[in-house]
Design a protein around this ligand. Sequence first.
Ligand SMILES: [Zn+2]
Length: 245
Amino acid sequence: MKHYVEVSDQALVQIVMNSLEAFVVLHKGRKRSGIEMHGVLVGYKDEHEEDTQTSKQYKIDFFSPDTSAVMMPDHCIPQAESESLKNEVARCFSDFEVIGAFHTHPYLYTEIKQDDKLDFMRKEGCHFSDEDMDFFTAKLLNNSQEDENYQLEGVLAVFNSKKYNDKRDGRLEDEDNVFEFSVGNLKCFLRMQVFSLDEEGAIQEEETILKCSCLEKFKYIGKSFFDFGRIKVKDNKKVILEHKV
Ligand SMILES: [Zn+2]
C-alpha cells in the first residue's frame, strides 16, 4: 500500500522549533547541547482508492512535544501514557487524533567523526537506528486493533554546519520521503516513514511519500539565510551551543 504523509506548514514550524530548542538550548540538569526530542504527530488519516489500489493519507496538522520524555544526547525515552492521554484530549476537542510519533537525531559538528559530515548525515544520520527499529517493532506487536497494523514514524536529523550551505536542499536523492533543508547554518533532514510487520513478524518499510508545501516551495526557509543568525559553539565550551543573531 502507498502512504502519503502531508506535513502542514504549522506542523513543520512546530517540529523545527521544538527540535532546535532541544538541539541548541541547554536544558536543566544537562551539561551539553544536542539532546533528542520526542513528540506526537496529530491530525487525521483516511484511505483512498487510487488506480484500483488503496492508498492511505496522513495529514499532520500539528505537532505536540512530549515534556515527559527522557531526553538524552543519543536517545530519548517517551512515556506510553503520554500518547494515549494526548490522543484522548485531541478527540475531546476535534476530529484530530494522534497519528504517529516523532523524534530527533541531533549531531554536533565536532562529534561527527567522518570527514564528509554532510555525506554522513545523508547516508546515516537521517536514517532510523537499529534501536529505533526494535522500538517500532515492539509498538507494532502491541497494536492489537485490526486497523492499527501500520505505524507512522518521523525523524528530524540536524547538525550545525560550519557555514551556510543550501546545495542539494530539496528532496533527498532517490527518497520520496525525505527533505533536506537549511535553517541558517543548520542542515536539517526531515523523514517520514510508515512501517508494518511482514508475515514472519519482521519490520518492513511501506512505500511512503512525504508532502510538505512549505519545504517544496522554500517559501520561508531560504529567507532564514538572511534572518536566522548562526548556531555556534560557545567560547571555551566544546559541547554547548548558542544562537547568535
Ligand atoms: Zn532515532
